[in-house]
Design a protein around this ligand. Sequence first.
Ligand code: GLN
Length: 223
Amino acid sequence: HGVTGILAVQGAFAEHAAMLDRLGAPWKLLRAAEDFDDSIDRVILPGGESTTQGKLLRSTGLFEPIAAHIAAGKPVFGTCAGMILLARKLDNDSNIYFGALDSVVRRNAYGRQLGSFAATADFGSATGDSVVLVEPGERVPGFADSASGAGSTTEISSDSIVLKDFPLVFIRGPFVAEVGSAATVETSVGGNVVGLRQGKILATAFHPELTDDTRIHELFLSL
Ligand code: GLN
């Protein structure tokens, strides 16, 4: 693996770094444009306050290299505010940031009182006979293979993986109001879409980095 660049201008970047440490995966904080060097092969956009992050992306010069990374089809994982930064459009805010994820996302979608809660749901859209279920506490196959250096013996595609009973932590989170045809729904809770995937883009309205469940990070590292 190369290094995961974690946007670190504001918000919950330290929690993502701690998660990657648990997995033995190298990371680098992105605070200034020059931090985005050739070693970076994937990017995490953390939770926080999307308007502030958007302004700081511009003033630091980090917007352009991250946009180019996404446009090149390289892996990016946005949590909460990070999902907002990735969306094609917001339905209650006129800002558009990376505009890469084919979806319309609603900020603070649950209202102030209901915005912070916990739930549990499966993560993954695979159906049919080829589904690989990963139970809590199990390693995601592609990650386990690359971590052990064994190489994949069974060629499990990351889109056939379903993470069973993932703990969802919401903090004044968004949800997805409209899913475009390029994106697939990975998680819904209470009828609302809260996890999306589009190629190597993963986005969650919830915060896996605030749990001790490493499976979504493993899935991201296996892309
Ligand atoms: N409500 C925040 C925003 O709109 C996102 C919340 C979060 O990242 N925890 O930017």
